[in-house]
Design a protein around this ligand. Structure first.
Ligand SMILES: [Zn+2]
Length: 400
């Protein structure tokens, strides 16, 4: 049997991300301070400062500090060394690439294209282990761009053989039914390529002010649609990034995509996020009855479509998610269709925001997530998600 596949990992550091995404975590930080945060972190004193901030800061800030300490200070090669050392030899890793060009007003120090080259270089060193997914960013094009032109450029990118799927991140500020994504879906469906989409209320979110273009997109049919997308408050502390990002990330947005592209192989990452998973657990325990949540919506999309998958990435750190939902909802004999559409992934190294500040053994953090998953599930379900389902999902005209 071939090795397992971790379907959801990230390799990037502070150079790949615009500094003002920090606003998502520390709302009180004034705008003028943001550019110096990166410089402080580059300095040896930076680490000491982080420990002090961690001691003084709020809970969400402490978690962010962990994340910075673990991930930001390393090269993608060092990050990959940690990742692969936590798995048996022969494990393969889907590396999801992300373009942060339109998410904020600040620019990342390394462009997306250079970032892609870093990952390709790493793939040359580990050709069978690294499976890169290329990013879908509709805002690289105008609504008037000829869809054939976009399709053609994808064809050329994928001819290189470096990329084995596509990654999308609507919370960065676009709708899954955006007209400019049409050729991406067409290309994916024509080639049986998998798409991984971020389906969570957390993670990175659009931090720019809402524009008129944001509020007046064209849908997949090329029809104009007016969206009452809220503007961000003027004061940083009052800005509701999450509330606005929910317009983009809502799983309901995929219904019309799947009407147009019924055979699309798409995975809803994180199964809706821990917040929404907790709502579902509460609902099953008699609380919040009558309210729908994203976990339910994700299951519904899996049930009603041929090739919609969910993954457990990030969400898996919460044992209740595995024990109270996954174990029964994806039972291999009672829920056969669903159990064939569940994928294993961890969201390396985003989960470090859930780890205590003193933890320095990074491979252990990753290894324990994987072990917890396999311990809490019947072996046949874990095998399905980490081996067979992942293999089926990945199989395409490019990856045979
Ligand atoms: Zn992720």
């Amino acid at each position: 049997m071939k090795g397992m596949i971790n379907c959801h990992t990230h390799l990037f550091n502070e150079y790949h991300v615009p500094e003002d995404l920090l606003k998502l975590y520390v709302k009180w930080i004034p705008n003028f301070v943001l550019p110096s945060v990166g410089r402080v972190l580059d300095h040896p004193i930076g680490n000491g400062a982080l420990n002090l901030f961690s001691f003084l800061g709020t809970d969400s800030f402490k978690r962010y500090i962990n994340f910075i300490k673990f991930g930001y200070g390393m090269t993608v090669n060092q990050q990959f060394d940690i990742l692969r050392s936590a798995y048996p030899p022969g494990t393969r890793f889907i590396v999801l690439m992300q373009d942060f060009k339109f998410v904020s007003d600040a620019k990342a120090r390394v462009s997306y294209d250079s970032f892609v080259n870093e990952i390709i270089e790493l793939k040359h060193q580990f050709p069978s282990e690294i499976l890169p997914f290329y990013f879908m960013e509709p805002r690289n094009y105008d609504f008037s761009t000829d869809p054939n032109e976009i399709y053609q450029s994808l064809q050329e990118k994928f001819d290189s053989g470096h990329f084995l799927g596509l990654k999308m991140y609507p919370a960065e500020g676009y709708f899954p039914w955006d007209f400019r994504l049409r050729p991406f879906y067409q290309f994916a469906q024509d080639n049986d390529l998998p798409i991984m989409t971020h389906c969570s209320t957390g993670g990175s979110r659009y931090v720019k002010q809402t524009t008129e273009i944001d509020r007046n997109p064209l849908d997949l049919k090329g029809q104009h649609r007016k969206i009452d997308l809220p503007k961000l408050a003027w004061l940083n502390v009052r800005k509701d990034y999450t509330g606005r990002a929910k317009y983009f990330s809502d799983p309901d947005n995929y219904k019309e995509v799947l009407v147009e592209f019924p055979n699309l192989k798409i995975c809803l990452a994180h199964s809706g996020s821990n917040d929404e998973i907790n709502l579902e657990i509460d609902r099953r325990n008699g609380k919040n009855k009558g309210h729908s949540n994203w976990y339910q919506k994700c299951l519904d999309l899996v049930d009603k479509n041929t090739n919609v998958y969910v993954d457990v990435s990030y969400s898996l750190y919460d044992t209740r998610f595995i024990q109270e939902l996954i174990k029964s909802d994806f039972d291999t004999t009672l829920q056969v269709h669903r159990s064939n559409r569940l994928l294993f992934g961890t969201d390396f190294y985003m989960t470090y925001t859930e780890v205590g500040a003193g933890e320095e053994d990074l491979p252990k953090v990753e290894r324990s997530l994987r072990e917890k998953m396999s311990q809490h599930l019947p072996p046949n379900l874990f095998d399905k998600m980490a081996y067979h389902n992942a293999e089926t999902w990945l199989k395409s005209n490019i990856y045979k």
